[in-house]
Each structure stands twice: as C-alpha cells, then as structure tokens.
Design a protein around this ligand. Sequence first.
Ligand SMILES: N[C@@H](Cc1c[nH]cn1)C(=O)NCC(=O)O
Length: 455
Amino acid sequence: MNGTRAWLVWGVGVFAYLVAITQRTSFGVAGLAATDRFSATASALSAFTVIQLIVYAGLQIPVGVMVDRFGPRIMIATGAALMAVGQLQLAAAESVPAGVVGRIFVGAGDAMTFIAVIRLIPLWFPSRRVPVLTQLTGQLGQVGQLISIVPFAFVLHHGGWSQAFVGLAALGLLACVLAAALLRNAPPGAPAATTKRSFRETGTDLGTAWRQPGTRLGLWSHFATQFSGTVFVLTWGYPFLVSGEGLTPATASVLLSLFVVVGIICGPFLGSWVGRHPLRRSTMVLAVTIAITAVWLAVLLPSGPAPLWLLVLLVLVLAIGGPASMIAFDFARTFNPSHRIGTATGIVNVGGFFAALVTMYMVGLILDLLNGAGVFSGGLYSLDAFRVAFSFQFIVLGIGIAGVVASRGKVRRAMAERGERVPPLRVALADNRRRRSQFRSEQRQERQERQERRN
Ligand SMILES: N[C@@H](Cc1c[nH]cn1)C(=O)NCC(=O)O
C-alpha cells in the first residue's frame, strides 16, 4: 500500500466531510438573518433544517447502495457539487420555498459524503488502523461546525447574506475539484472497490445487509448514542441553556463548542479501545447510552436550574455520544463483506438521524402544546416546559437500549452457531487483569535478570 498516497486520499476525504458539516450547520448560524431576509415565522424557518435532515436521512440507503456500485470518489465529488449548487440557490433565494429548494440540494449532497468517505478507509489502510481512522474522520469533520460559527458568521454579518452563501458554494466547489482530481477508489493493483450489480441483485444485497444481525446492531447503536447530542447541538440545546437554565449566550456558545473538542479528544481513545476489544463494542455503546440517560435524569428531575458543573457534565456526556456512535459503523464494516459495506453503512446511518428527527419534532410539539394550554408560567421556553419536553428522550433512549440488547443477542447467537463464544464481561475483565499482571511480572523478571547480568 502506498503510504503517502493513502494519507493524501484520507486527507481529501476528511476535507470533503468537514466541508459537508460546514454546509449542514451553516443555516443554524444564519437564523436571525434568515428571519429578516425571508420575513418568515419561526416554524417556517425550522422547516429549512427539518426538510434538509429528512432528505439526508431518506437518501442514506440509496446512497449506500450507490457507494458500493460506483465507488466513493464519484459520490464525494457529486455530493460536494450538489452542496455548492444548493448554497448558490440559497444565496440568490428571496422566498421561503426558494430557500428550502437550496437546503434540499445541500441535504442531498451532504448525504453522499460521510458514507463514501469512511468507505475509503478500509480500501486504503490495513484493518488494524481502520477503527482509529474512522473515529478521527468523524471527529475532524465536526470542525466544520466551527467554520460555520466563526468565519461564516463573520462574513454573514459584515459582508451580507449572498456573499456568505456564495463563499460556502466556493468551498463546496473546491471540495468537488479536489475529490475528482486526487481521490482514487482503491490503491493501484488492489481489487476493484466497486461491484456491477443488476437491479435485482442490488435488491438482494440490500435485503441481505438488513437481515445481517450485525448491521441491525449497528443501526441501534447509532440510534441510541447519537440522537440526544444531535438534537442538542442542532436545535434545542441553545434555547434550553439560555432561556431555560438562564446561562448567558456566551456561556451557552462555549458549552456547545465543547462538543467538537470532546469528540476530537475522546474519538481516538474510543477508536483504539474498539480495535483492542472488538467483542466489547456493544458494551461500550450501552455504557454510553446509560450514562446519557443518567445525566439527563440528574438534570431534569430536580426542579429549578441545574448547577453549571452539572450542565458541563451533561454536555461532556452528550458529546461522547458522537464518538460512541462511530462504533456503529465498525459493526457495519466487520459484519458485512466488502462489496456490501456501503449499503450496510447507509442502513446504520439512518438510526441516529431518524431518532434525532423524531425527537426534535416531539420536543417542539410538546413545548407548543404546553405553551398553548398555559400549563407553566414563563412562556414557550420556560425551564419547566423544557423539563417535560426533554423527558420524551427517555422513551427514545429506552427503545435504543432495547434495540441494542435484542440485536446483540441475535449477533451472539449467530456467533455461537459458528462456534465463537463471547465470554461474560466479568470473566473477560478477570482474564485481562490476569494477563496484565503476568505481563508486568515478566517485565520485572526480565529487568532483574538484566541487572544481575550487568553486576
Ligand atoms: N456519528 C456521526 C459523526 C459524529 C462524530 N462525532 C459527532 N458526530 C455520524 O453519524 N455522522 C454521519 C454524518 O454524515 O455526519
């Protein structure tokens, strides 16, 4: 494998994903400017984000199939081009429908990027490197959010709407050109990364990927770990922290930026842990999901504002959900043959975004209903209203945990039929401790022997 070339391909892939995250998150930063430009109500504005995410989630499976059929390069380049077209449309739009069309293009291009980028990794790198590089790709991509928050917001407020969105279109075009020029689907001489399948065979592949219990374990893992953080960052976190908990906008922004930092720090650790303990991946997923449930209970159960340290802890735990959700793609990769990984990854990636969309909608609906019925004084975004509305997440978390446990059971039964047994966690931990202490005593003995020889 050509090392420099592999790193170049990975670098271009990460850049394309980072640009996709910038395009995805840019509208959140432009909320106030959009209200002025389109003279739109709050619910019309939320349609921009919701429709974009519906397009993104709806395209995951077809895009996964296309990644297997056409390879990552063309998908990444086409995705970047679509996002550039979408942002140009938004730069020119002066009505809500025209703006929504722009966001549909952005959602479609965004949908093509991540699955294709992580498909490149096992094609270019040895398998021992794949978990850490997959994690790093996911986390470095999130830096795109910071580009939306700082330079994009600066151009928007000082240069104006059209300049800011034309700038994003230029970034998309740059990603498209780099992908077309520098990406290759596989190293020279390696087996082809694409498979020509008939329509019928594609349908069969899709069914086979879905029936594979490991794919469903991936879907539920993504569902359980990712949605709460996504809802917090993309929609309800900021109003909850500022209007509900009474933090200043500056403190709330710092807390939201922590998501990116925590992901970058924790991602590589989680990736290397997954590489070393492949039989404990679902245990890690469950541990993170239970931690998310526990921290939300701690924040929502007591009446009155939560102390700042608890809100920081909430953000840290929700942020760890990001790297933990990347374990889901490891299930897709390791339980499916190479020609079905794109399809399986597409299925897995629906989980977290579907759960996030339902939760975003339900939290909004519950807030509206409580406000309409005048249940709490303090208005739409009062802390008590948020405490009730955010409790909807416990239903989704419960469904996620049940899904992970049930699909893990199926995976383990299938493994047992092949003669592979997963030892209980207690036994595995004891075994680990025994091996570590044996390793340490061997090292001690070796040092002693060396010392004796020197004397
Ligand atoms: N799990 C996310 C990526 C992530 C990593 N840290 C925080 N988020 C994911 O599913 N990504 C898919 C995408 O298109 O972004």
